[in-house]
Design a protein around this ligand. Structure first.
Ligand SMILES: NC(=O)c1ccc[n+]([C@@H]2O[C@H](COP(=O)([O-])OP(=O)(O)OC[C@H]3O[C@@H](n4cnc5c(N)ncnc54)[C@H](O)[C@@H]3O)[C@@H](O)[C@H]2O)c1
Length: 418
């Protein structure tokens, strides 16, 4: 950090949907500016840079390669916001630039999931180590104000007087991802289980962990999971996916799961059993993205539902505007009574997440949510896939998980053929 400017210069790798969320969140981030974007789609890169400038969060410019961006002394850290199937090549290039002395970076932050499976997630971890970089795992939900404040209150009052929580329920649901690559098992690493349960298992584990304690005070004991394709394998909906992907996505032959649930059993330091119950789907057609969480203990309960928004608007049937996502992420309607999440970047946790990453990097500290957490999440998700595949509970430690690739990620899963 010594010869770096006082403000951390951040470069975004990927200028798509999530990059735009990070840019919007940056209005609440101190001591760092977004100064660069690399995206093979030059238009995307230009648009993301223009957005950063318009919001006053950095004089961002597009770079022709990751190495060029990393080598610019204005850039001190990189945020990986590219699709899951590019993780390895992206991290290899960062690591190479640093190890060969072309770039001087302090840290790298990577969007969820860290890898499409345990092997890939571990590789990311190793490459960050080789390059001597501080590593941040971008799991926004453990920074969401409702989750953070709820945990603080429940542990300070309920848990302190009546005992720790024993059950955390987390659900993440919407009507399906915005880009075709998410729907392709081999590209994304799976279906909704990989895409969204990564949030739920981590958020629920975070809630059950005593404030300030490291994640290893809880030991995963077993995972029991179930997956299915409830909606998108129906011919009518498979045809929608085929159309949106220019004929590439074929859910009649190669579906991914659009529904998944898992029960994770943990033991705490005193040998007590704690339970995480998660459910995720790409077939929830409500107002939009719904994040829900419950935390139950002996004499208390907490609940969060992101669609119970304080702001609601009503539009009569006479108001026929065009479809958009201006009220809530993955919005499904424009009329009737609609919830509005007034500041999504704050509510979903991106602002606090980025403040934490920036502060950690500037102070030379490893972020609290780091690649170690990303690997642990990948282990839980692969255990869930294996459990669903075998139709039985999987216990830890489980050696086979290191090399396990779920059938859906091999393009060989089809629940209709069972
Ligand atoms: N935290 C969350 O809630 C959340 C939400 C959405 C997406 N994500 C994650 O963010 C990542 C990106 O998702 P998205 O929704 O922005 O996808 P997207 O398809 O909207 O955008 C991805 C962008 O990356 C670019 N790209 C492709 N290959 C690249 C490469 N090799 N290097 C750099 N850029 C490349 C694409 O051109 C595109 O502009 C995924 O890993 C996804 O899981 C996280």
């Amino acid at each position: 950090m010594s010869n770096k400017p006082a403000t951390l210069g951040v470069g975004l790798i990927g200028g798509g949907f999530i990059a735009r969320f990070h840019i919007r969140s940056w209005v609440g981030v101190r001591d760092a500016d977004i100064l660069g974007v690399f995206d093979p789609d030059a238009k995307r890169a230009r648009e993301a840079c223009a957005m950063a400038k318009a919001l006053g969060v950095g004089r961002a410019k597009p770079y022709p390669t990751i190495t060029d961006m990393a080598a610019d002394p204005r850039i001190g850290a990189l945020w990986i916001c590219a699709p899951n199937f590019t993780r390895g090549e992206v991290m290899e290039e960062i690591c190479h630039a640093v190890v060969k002395g072309r770039a001087e970076l302090v840290g790298v932050a990577c969007e969820k999931p860290l890898g499409r499976n345990v092997r890939e997630a571990r590789k990311m971890f190793e490459l960050a180590r080789q390059a001597g970089l501080l590593d941040g795992y971008l799991e926004n939900q453990v920074f969401s104000p409702a989750v953070v404040r709820g945990k603080e209150i429940v542990w300070a009052r309920g848990a302190a007087l009546s005992g720790p929580p024993y059950l955390a329920r987390a659900a993440e649901e919407h009507s399906g991802p915005h880009m075709p690559w998410f729907w392709e098992g081999p590209l994304q690493g799976g279906g909704v289980l990989n895409d969204m349960m990564c949030h739920s298992v981590e958020e629920a584990r975070f809630m059950l962990t005593p404030p300030g304690a490291p994640r290893d005070v809880l030991t995963p004991v077993s995972v029991t999971a179930y997956t299915n394709c409830l909606k998108w394998q129906e011919p009518k909906y498979a045809a929608v996916l085929a159309r949106k992907s220019g004929g590439k996505t074929d859910y009649l032959k190669r579906p991914s799961e659009d529904f998944a649930r898992a029960l994770v059993e943990y033991k705490d330091a005193k040998g007590r059993t704690l339970v995480v119950e998660t459910t995720t789907s790409w077939c929830y057609v409500g107002a939009g993205l719904r994040l829900s969480m419950e935390l139950l203990g002996p004499e208390y309960a907490l609940q969060i539902n992101s669609l119970d928004a304080g702001l609601k608007v009503f539009f009569s049937r006479e108001v026929r505007g065009k479809a958009g996502e201006d009220l809530v992420e993955k919005q499904n309607a424009e009329i009737g009574l609609m919830p509005v999440v007034a500041d999504e970047a704050v509510e979903y946790g991106y602002t606090a997440e980025n403040r934490h990453m920036v502060r950690s990097f500037r102070e030379g500290r490893r972020p609290e949510e780091n690649f170690g957490d990303g690997v642990a999440v990948a282990e839980l998700l692969m255990a869930a896939y294996r459990s669903a595949e075998l139709g039985k509970t999987l216990t830890f430690p489980n050696k086979g998980l290191e090399t396990y690739v779920p059938p859906v990620a091999l393009g060989r899963w089809n629940p209709k053929a069972r």
